[in-house]
Design a protein around this ligand. Sequence first.
Ligand code: WTA
Length: 681
Amino acid sequence: MEEVTQINGTGISEAEIGAYWLEEDYIYPSEEFVRKAYIQNQPFLNKFKEENFPECFHEYANLLSWDRYWTTTLDSSNPPFWRWFVGGKLNACYNCVDRHLDKYKNKAAIIWVSESVDEPDRILTYQELYVKVNEFASLLLEMGLKAGDTVTFHLPMVPELPISMLACARLGIIHSEVFGGFSGQACGERIADSKSKILITIDGYYRSGKFIDHKANADIAVATAEKLGQKVEKVLIWTRHPGTYSSKTPLVEGRDLLLDDLMKKHRGKRVDYVPMPSESILFLMYTSGSTGKPKGCAHSTGGYLSYVAGTSKFIHDIHPEDVHWCMADIGWITGHSYIVYGPLANAATSVMYEGVPLYPNVNRVWRIAERLGVSILHTAPTAIRMLMRAGSNPTQYKCDFRLLVTVGEPIEPEVWRWYYKVVGKKGAVVLDTWWQTETGGWLCTTIPSVMPMKPGSAGPGALGIYPVIYDELGNEVLPGSGKAGNLCIKNPWPGRMLTIWGDPERLVKQYYEKYCKNRDSKDWRDWPYFSGDAATMAKDGYIRVLGRVDDVINVAGHRLGTKEIESAALTCEEVAEAAVVPKSDELRGHVPDLYVSLKSGYETDNKHLEDKIKQAISSIIGPIARPANVYVVSDMPKTRSGKIMRRILAAISNNREDYGDITTLVNPDVVEEIRNIVRGE
Ligand code: WTA
């Protein structure tokens, strides 16, 4: 294995691994936490031992209500396209809403908190959620939509997002939510790929106190989709302030419909839910990979819902009386699994916050948590770092957390400790959960009541998950060896995406080809899942995730493809070549640094060009992809075969000298020149 390349790819040096990541400090859960937890003992864990696979996952599937029980737990006739709970039928909306009405009708399902401190919360009880979801489903039916159709949403954090998701799920319509912060163009590309004829959006929303005109993105999205051959027939528009259209962008006659008006007709309507086959697609979630084109991860109804319901109950330990606040955006997988489907399947109360954590001041998060009595908080290391560095002080507030989740990026032990000691007052357990859009739910985490925590470590495999680290040749890197390798999962699990929408071969290529032992084998043991992350495994089986080994960059917990950013840079006519590398950042984990060389005839010393390129990337992908730095260089460091040596650029960006061997480059002199540009010399 080319270990140096891997670690460079993560933006972490070997020295840092030594200092940060080899910490072996066990911290045990408080007695109070253990007393209340669902999992109390080893016998329950034993049910998930390898010899009980795949039936162990009945523990998860049995948390749901099935219209028809399954006949086959795991159909492995066509690996790696495994099918779970085959023969079974169920409905995700029924499981998240209807079935709770008997007991929890008047309980808050969703508490929505506006970014503005002056605007009241919107609380939807399970009954109110049921009513709204039915009304919206009735409208979707009237629009002629039916099971198996796809609909794209471009919605920010408003209650209408889960309402729209559940209404689609009620009818078996596949929803595809595009993160609200993505540009109109990014949304349009996803509309075209998913072949949606309907876009559901909103006039606007608030971010850091400003009203964002979101409808403007819809026009760009529709135009982009049409250029790519997908006609959008209708754009359905929710309003941020119901009853008032607040966007400056005009409505397009015949295409754009305001939902305030349309919904009047559907008031009080009820719609029967459609029992769906377990292996039908519930939703698509696009994510970045190694190519320039994001892939639509297609998640299943039965397998996915069982997996998120099971992990939410047994690992997340969400009890009916908990108030659970996951600060992720529903536009990412974390929000789908652990704001909407997992908690609601367990009849929990799920908090949704519209805004950014530091608005309007550094203690907003604790004010909300204190006011709502939040007992479980769920966020990313970036947010924790930001709060910590900004001087936010949870100890001044009467927050009483039982469980604190971190997800999305590696968490430094120093940041972990602040979360544990200052936020959790040493009484709450910290769960570091490692997983991916593709995996549907958590894969590596401790089971909080029966396993100690280890700062900076994501814990061993979750229930029924058997992780393994392989080197480049497919040899197992032994636990406790201190060596990094590729983090893989030995077995299938119900939460894994069914397929990649429109491109099933990519599932095989990207995740299985590397370590498949025998392409003809039907035995799952021959098909380990390759995650694309580098990690180490300690003797106790705990995993420390170091970061991506591929062309994916994790900015503040948001996953971006370097190729997507590079392609966006190349839309500027001056740019001949572009290369993006991750630069370590104290707050955001990593930020993209962009290197460009120009076509002949263009001036390299041009500040205006740097801004133009940053702007192009913001408008093509979204502001989160905006590079921290754009360096215009005379040439890229290249191998004789013409490949850009990104690891050299990564070393320069991170102010490291470990370039590796540069004598094989066609242009070794350029390394010195680039280094001087970056250092401003
Ligand atoms: C990274 C987010 C370290 C990892 C759920 C993975 C993590 C990528 C952790 C997936 C964690 C996620 N520790 N790294 N606890 N959780 N990651 O698809 O690199 O947006 O491959 O899913 O985030 O990002 P995605």
